[in-house]
Write a protein that binds this ligand. Structure first.
Ligand code: FEO
Length: 392
């Protein structure tokens, strides 16, 4: 059977990775896809490749449409190995093929795979005529690597956006209207939070460039293709790029003997009484990337930990270091927890929160050993007051 044509003469030859659950620390509960598109024009062209273990499947998919040796152009929008892993095999199987790539991408690909490719370096705005179609390359530098670019086909009105607009979402359906809307937008948001958050401020500038293009389909390199919900995903990206917040409070904690968990629950009750949406996560039981997906659009963050050996519990260290990498700007944050004979967790968490670029690290809350009724009352009040401060 031939692969699906997303429009006439453009085939979806990529692969579903149903099994992957960890994408460099990003927990992919719904798997992933590595999308690759084959354009059957006078010069047969492949847009992006797949992760190395799926090379054979990519070659097989292509062979169902055309002999591998007929490919003349291979566009490499981004060299991260989830998109470039099949490059060496393609260089062998497609002897006529030129690889169209940015200068940064070329340098990187040589570092990954050796100097084995026939490269044509393309700059922002460069074009490539492949017959009926002229492809235009648009630099998307730092969205999310220096080499990133998108490719536009005016003939088909398709933007091949690579990582932008992607979702880690393995599904047998290929278009946005074929999958659950809530699931799709959750996965798109989670993807933005965990992949693009550090570069969010570059989104608006990239959009000014893309807005000159007339597209009716966005074909990313991960997840489903945007067709019906293009205005919705464009608006979401603009909002996410600007850091628009929804007023909610995220509480993430870990607890040694249950005392910090009691505080977390009391703080959450207080915050909820102030009318704020609270999302609470116990670390160790929750992936860091799930917390990032919620914190990304939240207004406040409370990190809780018992003190262990004069510092925080390791699960909280893992979360805060992950968030430091993402650079969680524009949110109020504070730390809370219990301790025994000497503290340490709160101070260490506050230091990491500051390094994570949280705008304001507010006074925290703690108590000794197991919180008693009076402590829980104070914790509820603390949660109430912290939540109210998010509304100001
Ligand atoms: Fe999907 Fe940056 O790789």
């Amino acid at each position: 059977m031939q692969p699906l044509q997303i429009v006439e003469n453009i085939y979806d030859v990529g692969v579903q990775d149903w099994a992957v659950r960890d994408f460099h620390g990003y927990k992919t509960e719904r798997g992933a896809t590595y999308n690759s598109y084959l354009i059957m024009d006078e010069k047969i062209t492949l847009i992006d490749t797949v992760k190395a273990p799926f090379t054979e499947e990519l070659l097989r998919n292509i062979s169902k449409v055309t002999p591998l040796e007929s490919i003349e152009c291979i566009v490499i929008n981004h060299v991260e190995p989830d998109h470039s892993g099949a490059m060496p095999a393609l260089a062998k199987a497609c002897p006529k093929a030129k690889f169209y790539i940015t200068m940064q991408g070329k340098n990187e690909a040589i570092q990954h795979y050796g100097d084995i490719f026939d490269f044509e370096v393309v700059k922002d705005g460069a074009t490539l005529n492949i017959g009926k179609r002229t492809l235009t390359f648009a630099s998307m530098a730092m969205l999310h690597w220096p080499d990133s670019m998108a490719t536009y086909s005016a003939y088909d009105r398709i933007l091949f956006s690579n990582d932008a607009f992607g979702q880690h979402y393995a599904t047998s359906k290929r278009f946005d209207y074929d999958v659950d809307y809530g699931e799709l937008f959750y996965e798109a948001r989670k993807y933005f939070a965990n992949i693009l958050w550090p570069y969010a401020k570059l989104i608006e500038r990239a959009f000014m460039k893309l807005s000159a293009l007339d597209f009716t389909m966005i074909a990313p390199s991960h997840g489903v293709i945007w067709k019906r919900y293009i205005p919705e995903i464009l608006k979401a990206y603009l909002d996410w790029g600007k850091g628009v917040q929804d007023g909610s409070l995220v509480i993430a904690y870990d607890s040694m003997w249950g005392g910090t968990e009691k505080l977390a629950r009391a703080i959450a009750r207080g915050a909820a009484n102030a009318g704020v949406v609270v999302k609470m996560f116990k670390m160790g039981a929750t992936p860091n990337s799930t917390v990032a997906a919620e914190l990304f659009t939240a207004s406040g963050f409370l990190a809780g930990s018992s003190t262990l050996n004069c510092s925080m519990l390791p699960n909280m260290g893992s979360l805060l270091i992950y968030l430091k990498g993402l650079g969680a700007k524009g949110k109020k944050a504070a730390a809370f927890g219990t301790f025994g004979w000497g503290g340490g967790a709160q101070k260490d968490m506050e230091e990491l929160l500051e390094k994570s670029c949280f705008d304001a690290v507010e006074p925290g809350f703690n108590c000794k050993w197991t919180p008693q009724e009076a402590d829980l009352e104070k914790a509820e009040q603390y949660g109430y007051d912290f939540a109210l401060s998010l509304k100001k």
